[in-house]
Design a protein around this ligand. Structure first.
Ligand SMILES: [Cu+2]
Length: 87
């Protein structure tokens, strides 16, 4: 039996690098092509992020250890202004 929460990675300062879930609202993400562009942008900002995209709700749920502002910037650079909140 493994306990993944006990195996959370530590940096040298022994700070827990937690994975946090964010919800990005992306108003002009309107089709499957948009969704894959957004997903690619998320993976560019954080290759380890996991993203699930709800096209109907125009929302991307992202699990990341990175700064969500960096992910927002990458999504915007791809042409999609967004806002996000922590879940
Ligand atoms: Cu589209």
């Amino acid at each position: 039996m493994t306990f993944p929460w006990l195996e959370a990675p530590y940096d040298r300062g022994q700070t827990i690098l937690e994975t946090t879930m964010y919800e990005f609202e992306i108003q002009n993400m309107t089709c499957g092509h948009c969704a894959s562009t957004v997903e690619k942008a998320i993976k560019t900002a954080d290759p380890e992020a996991s993203a699930s995209i709800d096209l109907g709700a125009r929302i991307a749920k992202v699990q990341t250890k990175n700064d969500p502002a960096a992910i927002k910037a990458a999504i915007e650079k791809a042409g999609y202004p967004s806002s996000f909140r922590q879940l």
